[in-house]
Design a protein around this ligand. Structure first.
Ligand SMILES: *[C@@H]1O[C@H](CO)[C@@H](O)[C@H](O)[C@H]1NC(C)=O
Ligand SMILES: *[C@@H]1O[C@H](CO)[C@@H](O)[C@H](O)[C@H]1NC(C)=O
Ligand SMILES: *[C@@H]1O[C@H](CO)[C@@H](O)[C@H](O)[C@H]1NC(C)=O
Length: 252
């Protein structure tokens, strides 16, 4: 009864022909409510698998995921087959208002056996076929934040036999926001890295200078080899260390 009110209510007559042939399963696809991070990225989102949703009447059906722009939902035609130009991922959302992907048989969506099972689908995970027109059912990355609405559609011999409700609009992360945040973060850490690097280089130069002085004056005093001169050498070193330090500062 609640079904289709995201837009279907406006076009009840257009829905009638398919209601007669395609069974409405009272299930609404939901974004995965997992504690895992990254449920939604800029080009993908996670959905709960439709487990225990289609009963054995549809054992021979192929379950497809339909991804549509909300404008296409009210007039969506279940009879337009997957892989046709109107349902090709490569044409979405300009020439194809929806695409069909993630086709699988019902036995891949069994009832959950244990509660800890990860039973999600990642929509948009296949990058290899995104631009390949010979693979119109590609589960390719989405190019804009959407929003999108999805439903599962069961086809038997290419004919629609059952469908779920449409999901609520799903919006992806906005690339702009993400990049501005990460740029800020990157800029900050890049500055820190640069500062740390400069400081460590300066420190290394000072250390090298000190070492050079030690070696230089060390060998000098060794030539004279007298236990008497040792305190003197230390004093000379100290003086020169100070001198080197003063010289480095104006160079910067
Ligand atoms: C499957 O669902 C349909 C409609 O809800 C029902 O008529 C049928 O008896 C169910 N079949 C099984 C095997 O549960
Ligand atoms: C739905 O698509 C099928 C197959 O392309 C077509 O025959 C039918 O006329 C379409 N129905 C509507 C209402 O556009
Ligand atoms: C999904 O459909 C495509 C094209 O119709 C087909 O090549 C592929 O084998 C199907 N995959 C599965 C798992 O049924």
């Amino acid at each position: 009864p609640l079904r289709g009110c995201t837009g279907g209510c406006l076009y009840p007559l257009l829905h009638l022909p398919w209601l007669l042939t395609t069974e409405e399963i009272p299930y609404t696809p939901v974004p995965a409510s997992s504690s895992l991070g990254g449920l939604t990225t800029t080009s993908t989102f996670l959905l709960e698998q439709p487990r225990c949703v289609f009963n054995n009447t549809y054992a021979n059906a192929i379950i497809w995921l339909v991804v549509a722009i909300p404008e296409a939902v009210p007039t969506f035609n279940n009879s337009v087959g997957p892989g046709t130009p109107e349902r090709a991922f490569q044409g979405f959302p300009t020439s194809a208002p929806a695409y069909m992907t993630l086709n699988t048989t019902l036995d891949n969506y069994p009832c959950p056996t244990s509660t800890g099972e990860i039973t999600v689908l990642r929509v948009g995970s296949e990058t290899s076929c995104a631009n390949d027109p010979t693979r119109p059912t590609c589960n390719g990355p989405l190019s804009s934040p959407g929003p999108y609405q999805v439903k599962f559609l069961a086809l038997e011999d290419s004919k629609p036999v059952a469908e779920t409700f449409w999901s609520k609009p799903i919006t992806l992360k906005k690339a702009k926001q993400l990049s501005s945040i990460s740029t800020m973060g990157d800029g900050h850490s890049a500055g820190m890295i640069a500062l740390t690097t400069i400081l460590s280089i300066l420190f290394a130069i000072l250390l090298a200078g000190l070492l050079a002085m030690l070696v230089f004056y060390g060998s000098d005093t060794c030539g004279g080899s007298s236990s008497f001169r040792k305190p003197e050498a230390v004093m000379v070193q100290r003086y020169n260390t100070h001198h080197v330090y003063d010289q480095t500062a104006p160079r910067l």
